[in-house]
Design a protein around this ligand. Sequence first.
Ligand code: UD1
Ligand code: UDP
Length: 361
Amino acid sequence: MTHVKKFMIIVGARPNFIKGAPLLQEIAKYQNIKPVLVHTGQHYDYKMSQIFFQELAIPQPDYNLGVGSASHATQTAKIMLALEPVMLEEKPDLVIVVGDVNSTLAGALTAVKLQIPVAHIEAGLRSFDMAMPEEINRRLTDHLSDFLFVSEDIGVKNLSREGIVRNKIYLVGDILIDALQNEKRKVKNGKVKNTKILSKFKLEPKSYAVLTLHRPANVDNPKTLKKLLKIFAIIQKRVPIIFPVHPRTQKKLPPDTGLTCLAPLGYPDFLSLISQAKFVLTDSGGLQTETTFLKIPCLTLRETTEKPLTVEQGTNILCGQNQKKIIQEVDKILNNPLKIIQSPKLWNGKTAQRIVKILNY
Ligand code: UD1
Ligand code: UDP
């Protein structure tokens, strides 16, 4: 009889669910791997959580820790407190964490303290900005992990520079592209599915911009947020801005922004919206990758990025909160078509396959 290995997969926030979907689909193909899915409850609104389970056919979690929102220390500690008995009970052979959110670090730290090996998907990315909570989570999680699955070349260099031994590092590509490709595979012509989202808001393809915003550095300080809203108002005079609003940001927004504000969207609707946009304004990590793959210009409202490949590919421009730079770049986009570029070689939708093959040693 073959030995059945138990893999515990920990997810907690919107980008974890999207990246977890292709991983769980791949694991399901292996009879000798038993997955145990744990949802920490970091995100809990229907449109930040359950909608992804439904639309991306993610199995219902075996455990939902229901930790909810709190300060960094409290949230991280609550996840660890709730995870420890689950890990002791389930005794997984491996714990898999994804990305750079508090659930990622809490999962990795709880596992190593119990001497359970850890695999980190999306390892090696660095923004070199320790004011970002994600940068802290990335660095610590990488140094706790036994398998570091890196999405782009630079990740290998970053990890080597930090003294992580080469035989723990695996360059496998970006699992977010697997999620995106899975959506494309659902339609025949190899394009992203045209959901009804454009007609719902009476939008013509390439006639609007999409905005997402949720970084504490952009939304938590009312002065900064006001400054950004002023810039968006200038852009909006030339091209309408569609803004699916993250709940963190919703709590800070004034009642009338002048933009078309929507609730957060499910993944098929959101991909449909961005794939037909003229350009994207964002501070999201995932969106920098998705726009590069879809060849949509992206103006990133940050000074740094952990994904320099997206900048090298020519789709992503780092603009910070600089009004002059942002408006200049919008002008360029409206006046010049983007040069068509080749997607990076490992962005072929087979990252989950590579990861599970390596883990099933
Ligand atoms: C978290 C991640 C961030 C990631 C983002 C993806 C950390 C430190 N941050 O940021 O890296 O880019 O998720 O979306 O892990 N809230 C709700 N409903 C929800 C979830 C959150 O109302 O379902 C509100 C709460 O007021 C909460 C705030 O949003 O306090 C922030 O949520 P939190 O999970 O702490 O951080 P995010 O900004 O979502
Ligand atoms: N996304 C979504 N609906 C939205 C906004 C974003 O499905 O209304 C998707 C987006 O395509 C990407 C992921 O959510 O795959 C990014 O999540 P977010 O920006 O919250 O987190 P980050 O990537 O910055 O950690």
